[in-house]
Design a protein around this ligand. Structure first.
Ligand code: AMP
Ligand code: MG
Length: 356
């Protein structure tokens, strides 16, 4: 299959091009498109055979449900058994935006889209190209991240092309995304609203709007720590259970006081190089010049959380291209979205962390 890559200017959307993409969605085909979080791989969410194609193209396990993307609030009523009061409040505050809500599904949502679950995950993305594709097609669009399963999520159309070329008919190229990590997922079918995946919208932001306590899925806390006493809890979102975002090289995080971290990483680098390995380092603007490694990438300024989130996946992909054997990274447990950043980075590192 030939993959057509169509450049769309987000500020001046070319409706004819969007109609061509929308027609593919209506035919049950796949179209990759930008959202504000990462690129999505879209198909008609209400057609079972269309969402099956998504799993095939990504090599995604079929029990890992898809997020349904909508362009207007009425669409939520189309697929939810009932719309909880909390969903209305959260939609008012954060949609369109990087928040996914899990609600009970009704019969029009096929089990292929929900991975066999009785609930459905819904989000209204804040990106003009995504919103235009949804509204032009008149469909609700099921879309996971547009990467091959297990690879870092794509933050540029070129990343999608690397993974999906020849597998899908069209990629809409809307440039680099703004946020760079996937949406926060909040489950509204539990007794208390529960965060299944941390993201740009934090627990505090949700609590402020809801006026009640929001809990974090104990299953993700269990996997986000190296503490063996927490092991054994399974994350509720099926996708959070899989190995994810792994770069080809072995990645180890080093955490602690900056000066000690730099010294330890340089020591580890020289040990690895003495063994004949090619070594990469993930640094910040402040520390980049302090490392003696084969490849050093800065993820951004240490206090610029947005930049760190935006560059994370691109850097992991760039290291794959550089073909290094080992990567050492500083740790980025920043105040606001640090939990979301570290959740991804720890997974990429297979939870290998050294404390100095
Ligand atoms: P992706 O779109 O690739 O970022 O993945 C979507 C994430 O949402 C995965 O981790 C899924 O397991 C999760 N998800 C989707 N639908 C549901 C649902 N109904 N209940 C819980 N998690 C879900
Ligand atoms: Mg994904």
């Amino acid at each position: 299959m030939q993959t057509k890559i169509i450049r769309i200017d987000s500020e001046h959307i070319d409706i004819e091009k969007m109609q061509e993409a929308a027609a593919l969605i209506c035919e049950g085909e796949l179209v990759a498109f930008p959202t504000e979080t990462v690129y999505g791989l879209g198909a008609d969410a209400l057609r079972p055979e269309a969402s099956v194609k998504i799993y095939e193209a990504k090599g995604r396990p079929s029990d890992n449900p898809l997020i349904v993307h909508i362009s207007k609030i009425e669409d939520l009523k189309r697929i939810a058994k009932e719309v909880p009061e909390q969903a209305k409040k959260l939609a008012d505050a954060f949609w369109p935006g990087p928040l996914t809500m899990v609600v009970w599904k009704n019969e029009c949502v096929p089990y292929t889209t929900t991975g066999g679950m009785e609930t459905v995950a819904v989000r209204m993305p804040n990106h003009p190209v995504a919103l235009s594709l949804i509204s032009e097609s008149g469909c609700l669009i099921a879309a996971p991240s547009a990467n091959t399963s297990g690879k870092p999520s794509p933050t540029e159309a070129s990343h999608v092309a690397l993974d999906m070329d020849g597998r899908i008919p069209m990629i809409l190229d809307g440039g680099a995304v703004g946020i760079g990590i996937e949406s926060t997922i909040v489950d509204l079918t539990e007794e208390k609203p529960m965060i299944l995946r941390p993201g740009y919208i934090t627990k505090q932001m949700l609590e402020e709007v809801l006026g009640e306590e929001v809990v974090i899925d104990p299953g993700i806390l269990a996997t986000d720590t190296t503490d063996p006493s927490q092991a054994g809890q399974k994350p509720k979102a099926p996708g959070m259970r899989y190995k994810h975002y792994a770069p080809k090289a072995d990645l180890v995080l080093v955490e602690g006081d900056t000066n000690k971290v730099v010294a330890e990483i340089n020591r580890l680098v020289s040990v690895a190089r003495a063994e004949g390995k090619s070594v990469g380092v993930i640094a910040t603007d402040e520390t980049k010049a302090m490392y003696q490694a084969d490849v050093v990438f800065s993820i951004g300024a240490r206090d610029d959380e947005d930049a760190i989130a935006q560059h994370l996946y691109k850097i992991l992909r760039d290291f794959d291209e550089q073909e290094v054997d080992a990567i050492y990274s500083e740790s980025f447990a920043t105040p606001r979205i640090g939990q979301a950043i570290m959740n991804r980075l720890l997974k990429a590192a297979g939870y290998q962390v050294l404390y100095v």
